[in-house]
Structure formats: C-alpha cells, structure tokens
Ligand binder design. Structure first.
Ligand SMILES: [Fe+2]
Ligand SMILES: [Fe+2]
Length: 305
C-alpha cells in the first residue's frame, strides 16, 4: 500500500501543463507559469558560457568525455557493469550512498544529490499527484551516479555524468562543446561517422548504444531487478541526459513509434529535473515514508547493482 502524505508546498512553480508538447522552449513562451530564473549560482540554467567558477571545470569535463566515450569504451563498460555483481542494496540505501557527491558536469547544481532527487520528485508530485510512478522516477533517476563511488570502481566523472549521445554513428553538432569530438577515435572512423553509422533509420533507441553513464546504468539496474515501472518511466531514466534529443531534436531519425510516445513523458520530466535545481529545501524525514512505500510498490527490497 502506498502511504498518503500531504501535498508538498514548494517555493517554486513548474508548469502544470497537461498538454504535453515537444517544444522545450515552451516554458519561456507560455504565460502563467513561474519557473525559477536562476540556478544555484544565480545564473540561467544550462548556460555553458556563463562566467562562473564552474565554467572552466565543466568545459574540461566535456573535453575528457568527448575524447574518451567511443564505441569500444561503451561496449567494454556494458560488459563490466552489466553483470550487476558489485553491491546488493535497497533503493533508499543507494540514495544515501549518493549523498556524498556533487556532479561536476552540472553548471546549475552545487548541493548534495539527495536534495536534488527529492526536489525533483516533490515538484512532480505537486503537479502530477496521481502519477506516483513519475514521483518515484524523480527520486531514482540519478541513482546511477553511484558509479562514482569506490564500491563501483570510482569511475571518473566523464564516464558517469554529463549529457549523453549515441556512439556508433556521427556525433551531432548540437552536443555541448562539440569541437572536442574531433579528438574522439570514432570521429574519423568511416564505420561510425555517418548519419546512421551502424544503425538503420527508425531502428528504435533501444537498439542504439548511448555513451556510458548513470542514465543507461540505472536503466539497466531497474530492468534487470524486474521493476514494475511503466515503459515511459524506464525511458526517462535511460535518456534524461540525452539533451541533443530532448532539447535539440537531434537523432530523431533513430526513434521508433514507442520512443516518440515515451519522449512526451521525458519532456514533462525534464522540466522538473532542470528547474528543481534551485534553493528549495526538503524535509527528508517528512517525505521519506511516502517514497519508501513507492519503492516497495515498484521494486524488490534489495537490488543487485
Ligand atoms: Fe541525471
Ligand atoms: Fe537529475
């Protein structure tokens, strides 16, 4: 049974738009919505040119990510991490483990992860009270970041976080700091550097290998541990950092019909992921019983990671 708790009163307003659209710019266009204008550092969200102490390190991060995330690397990581033989723990234990990290790729966020997870989940709960699966997706979407932890081999940040993109086909120019792909070995490989590369038009994202990171890893964990989350929930977890697709509309030629449907939910989710990264504090102990009951509804008590 899911535990009922009172509706959250958050100091932020995110769109309550039930008519899901594909336009990521709609926030700015529509009237009546109030979204925070500034991130933790007082700047607009995802501004990779804003001068902040974070800017240099974010660019440095993307240089490393773009050079190192190639087809062979991703394949090797799938072999290693697909086994799920490192840790056994519950979803909530993982939330607590994650609390030790700050995401270096993120120009907007400078707070412990659990704050971001609960901010996202609570903002969704406020606007979509009946979609309990989506609340849970808010809570767990970043749990794959445990790959940074020494129990998971303490992977470097470029192998865990940042925007994601397909490997095995040409890198799209909408990828942030695109220029650094020129140093990626796949960039000049004729097998991988055409529009479709090793894929076929409309093959479905499920058949496309994405750069390795917390999104794809958490999707794999959820699926292999037999979550009962709906397909859209798994899609959100897997592609929430795929900004070239959900912000820029790149790579749509690889999607199939199910992807098109699921992308609508990802567009809904993304606003909360992004705009909940602001100075809103959540009373963790107060909301914890509700989220524990959701975890129980959709996941086994212990998961293999
Ligand atoms: Fe994420
Ligand atoms: Fe996130």
């Amino acid at each position: 049974m899911t535990i009922a708790i009172e509706q959250p009163e958050l100091g932020i307003e995110v769109p309550t738009n039930k008519n899901i659209t594909h336009d990521p710019n709609e926030l700015e266009l529509e009237e009546g919505f109030k979204v925070p204008e500034a991130n933790t550092f007082g700047q607009t969200f995802r501004d990779y040119n804003a001068h902040s102490e974070r800017k240099e390190s974010v660019e440095q991060f993307y240089r490393l990510q773009h050079i190192n995330q190639n087809y062979d690397f991703v394949k090797k990581m799938h072999e290693q991490y697909g086994k799920l033989n490192r840790v056994e723990m519950s979803i909530w234990e993982c939330c607590e483990l994650l609390n030790e990290f700050v995401d270096e790729s993120d120009p907007d966020l400078d707070e412990p992860q659990i704050e971001h997870l609960l901010q996202t989940a609570e903002a969704i709960r406020k606007d979509h009270p009946d979609e309990d699966w989506l609340h849970l997706v808010g809570l767990i979407h970043d749990l794959g970041k445990v790959l940074l932890h020494h129990k998971f081999g303490a992977l470097p940040q470029w192998a865990v976080v940042g925007d994601t993109f397909p490997v095995g086909c040409a890198f799209d120019e909408s990828c942030v700091h695109y220029k650094y792909f020129k140093e990626n070995p796949d960039y000049n490989n004729p097998k991988y550097n055409t529009k479709n590369g090793i894929y076929t038009e409309g093959c479905g994202l499920n058949n496309v290998m994405m750069s390795f990171g917390h999104d794809d890893y958490m999707y794999h964990v959820a699926k292999e541990n037999k979550t009962t989350l709906p397909s859209a929930g798994l899609f959100i977890i897997r592609y929430h950092s795929f900004y070239p697709l959900h912000r820029s509309g790149a790579y749509t030629h690889l999607m199939n019909e199910e992807d098109v449907e699921n992308l609508k939910w990802l567009q809904v989710f993304n606003k909360y992921d992004l705009y909940s990264k602001s100075k809103v504090r959540i009373d963790v102990e107060k909301v914890k019983p509700y989220y524990l009951s959701l975890i129980e509804k959709y996941f086994p008590a212990k998961l293999k990671w």
